[in-house]
Design a protein around this ligand. Sequence first.
Ligand code: GRF
Length: 212
Amino acid sequence: MSGEAAPAFPRRRLGVLISGRGSNLQAIIDAIADGRLDATIALVVSNVEGAPGLARAAEAGIATLVVDHRAFPTRAAFDAALLAALRAHEVELVCLAGFMRRLGAGFVQGYRHAVLNVHPSLLPAFPGLNAQRQALAHGVKVSGATVHLVDTDLDTGPIVLQAAVPVLDDDDEDTLAARILAEEHHIYPAAVGILLDGHWRLDGRRLVRLGP
Ligand code: GRF
C-alpha cells in the first residue's frame, strides 16, 4: 500500500490552541487525569485574552500563553509566533480546540500531519462556521462531530474519528450543538490517543489504522 507513515510523538507532548470556552480542552485534561489518555499538555495558547479556557488550563497547572493575532501584521507572522511558542515548549502534536483562526501553510508544514481539529458536523458536510445551523437549515436527520488532521484548506484534512447524533424535529441550534458537543468530548481525547500511539498511516486522504 502506498502512503505516508505517521510522524513520531516520542514524548507525547501536546499543545492546545483555543479561542474561547475550552470544553474540548477540558475533555483532554480530564482524559489525561483519568488515565484514559497518556499525554502531557505542555502549553495552552489562546489568541483571545481572557478566553475562559485559559482559566481551565491554569486550574490544571498547565502553562498558558496569549498570542493576539491582532498584534501581527500578517497571518504568516502570527503563525510563526505560534510555531515558535509551541516549539519552545517542545510540543509534538497540536490540538485545535475551538481555535477560531485559520492556520497557514507555514504552520501546517511546520507540524506536518501533527495538527488536529474538532468540528461540529460529519465532514465533509457543513465545513466552516455555524455547522449546526447549516445542518438544521439543510434538514439533515443525522449530524455529528469529526476529529481530523488539519491541512491548508478549511476542515478538509484526513478524518481520524467521527461520531453521529440524530437531529430531532424540535432541535434548535443550542440543543443540537449540545448533543454534538457531548460526542466531541468523547472522540477528541480518543483521536489524540490514536495519533500519539502511531499505529496509523495515510493512504491518500484515508487515515488507516494498523495492527490488530
Ligand atoms: C466546538 O463545537 C468545536 O467543534 C468547534 O468549536 C467549538 C469549541 O468549543 N471547533 P470549546 O471551546 O471546546 O468548548
